[in-house]
Design a protein around this ligand. Sequence first.
Ligand code: 5GP
Length: 213
Amino acid sequence: MVVKEYVTYNQVHKLCQEAAPRILEEFRPQLMIAIGGGGYVPARILRSFLKQPGSPNIPIQAIGLSLYEALPSNHPSGANTPGDIEQLGTKVTRTQWLDLTSLGEMENLVGKRILIVDEVDDTRTTLEYAVKELEKDVEIARQKLGGKGEKTVFSVFVLHNKDKSKKGSLPDDMLKDNRYLAARTVGDVWICYPWEATDIDEHDAMAEKQPSK
Ligand code: 5GP
């Protein structure tokens, strides 16, 4: 039986608020890349807390990556709604990517401090893929622009990191330089995010019933 943990919009908002000062202090991102769909809402909330007086909002770009397949509704995990809970896939599929044929878009990425945002780091497969592929593409873009620009620096923010052995890995320098930040570290539970709920009142009621942490 999969243990579920319900997280409310209010909690997500406060996790972003709490993380923002550290992100500003340690990363000072100039751009966010949200991994869809779970990274969209946290990235948008973070943007409000990262806004500096006199500076424009930090732009958010989106990529779509998919690793999990929906379980059949009769799966023993107890899921009874298609899409209610998901199971590990084996490979990451790009459903949306940056347009690196656009000169403006390439210039936006090269030499920048970029914060990659997702909701949860489970097996780390998705984050490994995102970081590796973005690093590769940005280096290609830098070369296309003459190879003179500074290197792009990536950092990662997730709401939840599951404390478990990971299949994927992140660059050593990213971990060493504290460019990986999880607002909370949790056990190997299934986190139910509010944007996945079809009945938000029921979702909030489930969250309310959980023992407070
Ligand atoms: P990973 O590649 O780290 O195994 O998984 C990343 C993606 O799997 C997340 O972006 C998310 O879409 C999905 N995922 C993994 N664990 C959970 C979870 O506990 N709850 C939800 N809602 N999605 C999860």
